[in-house]
Every structure is written in C-alpha cells, then in structure tokens.
Design a protein around this ligand. Structure first.
Ligand code: APR
Length: 262
C-alpha cells in the first residue's frame, strides 16, 4: 500500500498546526469498495445499465412511479446489504483527530454507519422518504421484493399521494440546509479532500474551486483522472480505502512529532 504523498502530508500538517478545518467531499467512489455501484466509469456503473431520465427525474416518477420506486427499493436493499469500507471507517477516525466537515454527494448511509457525522448530504438520502406532493416525511416499510421491477409506492398518511425517495433528482434543487453547510465548509476549510467523484455534476462539482478561491489546498483522491484533476493542487491516484487509511494515522505521528519538537 502506498504511503501518503509528501505534498498531501505537508498540507495536512499545516492544517493541523494552523488549527484549520479539513473538508472532505465524497462521491460514489467512496462506496465502491463496499460494493455499491458508481454512476459512471465502469461497465456495471448505474448509468451504463439504466437510463437516468427514466429513473431519476420527477417526470419519470409521474410517468411510472412503480418502476422508479422498484428501482430505488433495489438500491436501498443494496445499501442495507453493504457494509462501510475501510475508507468510511478511516474518515470517522480522522475526524477524531482533526476538525473535519464531511459533505457527500452519496445518498447511502455508509458514512453514518461508520461513525461519521455528515454535515451535508447535498444530493439527499435514499432513506429520507417523503410524500411527493406534500413533502411529509415517512419511514420505509420493508416492502422489498427480490427482483421486483415495479413496486407500487406507499401512500402518504396525510394527503394520499405517493411516497418518494429523499434523493435529489436531475433538475431538482439541492436541499437548502445541506447546500448551505457544504458552501460554508468549502469556504472555511484549509484543506479539501475530494474523494471518489467524477466532478461532473454541478453545483456540487463547483465546491473544490470554491474552496480553492478561499485559500484551501485541494487534493483529489481517485484512482482515475477526472474533470477536476486539472483544477486541484494535488492528485493522489489511490482508492478511497487505500488513501484514507494512510491519511487517518498521520495526525498521531504529527502530534508526536510536534510535541517532541516543543
Ligand atoms: N476509490 C475512489 N474513487 C473511486 C473508486 C474508489 N475505490 N472507484 C471509483 N472511483 C471514482 C471513479 O474514478 C469516478 O471518478 O469515483 C468516481 C465516481 O464517479 P460517479 O460515478 O460519476 O459518481 P459521482 O461523482 O458521485 O456522481 C455525482 O451524479 O448521477 C449523479 O446524483 C448522482 O451524486 C451523483 C452525481
């Protein structure tokens, strides 16, 4: 397993010594090592197998709510069957040693199940169900049926309309609070780690540039080049689990080093 690139280790040390905040922006690649498919980049990624316009828009829901609900129930079951990976756990560990703001584009709950506090789910959450019409929150009944293509959504107990997944569909606004937290974290951080995102979907993909404009050092952690690679300060070609495990043990050595130096 590679060690932490010197430039990244230096940026973390400067952040810790300066009492700065680390902002971590994660994408689907963060959960890839948990077996959750990404959206792009491989043959089994979701958008190479499914048409987002038929499954991830409000019009698709109006057109065929049972198809959309069946697909999201399948995705929910995949997340329920998955476990947080070493990268999720390393992030939770890192947060015990440095001030850390976690912003994710992911709609799974693997960060939380690893012990992290997520400051912003900017694309919503699979399990935050709400009425499509009146917005009333609902909890998921366990209506998963293996292999079911179409599952009729539950009905709102207040207005009778259908219950939808709490994710942000293409063309929908991001949740105000999550987005405000994400912008605040990007503007205040001294170091931003951009982990496992292709950087293609705005406005979330604009957060690294915002952080940089506010003086942060931005590091991309991704085994592949992305649309952001040319805009960041350092690129670390590693997987989320590999890199974050290495990074999470650094603060203790930095503490020991700086205390020895006192
Ligand atoms: N570790 C780190 N990165 C990885 C790993 C891994 N183990 N495996 C894959 N990746 C990288 C890929 O190289 C790719 O750059 O993760 C990225 C995944 O990109 P996308 O699938 O496009 O996911 P994301 O960037 O999160 O998508 C953004 O698009 O469809 C919407 O709402 C959806 O939130 C999603 C948004």
């Amino acid at each position: 397993m590679d060690t932490v690139p010197a430039a990244v280790a230096g940026a973390l040390r400067r952040t810790i010594d300066g009492g700065g905040i680390v902002c971590v922006l994660t994408g689907a690649g963060m959960s890839a090592e948990s077996g959750i498919p990404t959206f792009r980049g491989t043959r089994d990624s979701l958008w190479s197998r499914f048409d987002p316009m038929r499954l991830a828009t409000a019009d698709a829901w109006r057109e065929d709510p049972a198809l959309v609900w069946g697909w999201y129930r399948w995705r929910m079951q995949g997340v329920r069957d998955a476990q947080p990976n070493a990268g999720h756990r390393a992030l939770a560990e890192l947060a015990r040693h440095v001030p850390l703001s976690l912003v994710t584009q992911n709609v799974d709950d693997l960060h939380e199940r690893a012990g992290s506090v997520v400051d912003g789910h900017v694309h919503g959450s699979l399990f935050a169900l709400r009425c499509f019409a009146c917005g009333r929150a609902h909890t998921a009944l366990d209506d998963y049926m293996e292999g079911a293509q179409r599952v009729e959504p539950m009905r709102c107990t207040a207005c009778g309309d259908r219950i939808r997944p709490g994710v942000v569909w293409f063309g929908e606004a991001l949740p105000d609070d999550a987005w405000a937290s994400a912008v605040d974290a990007a503007e205040r951080c001294a170091l931003m780690l951009v982990v496992g995102t292709s950087g293609l979907v705005y406005p979330a993909a604009g957060l690294p540039a915002l952080a940089r404009r506010h003086g942060a050092t931005v590091v991309e952690i991704n085994p592949e080049p992305t649309a952001l690679s040319a805009e960041v300060d350092h690129v670390w070609r590693a997987t989320a689990a590999e890199a974050l495990q290495q990074l999470s043990v650094l603060p203790r050595s930095i503490d020991r080093h700086s205390s020895a130096g006192r």
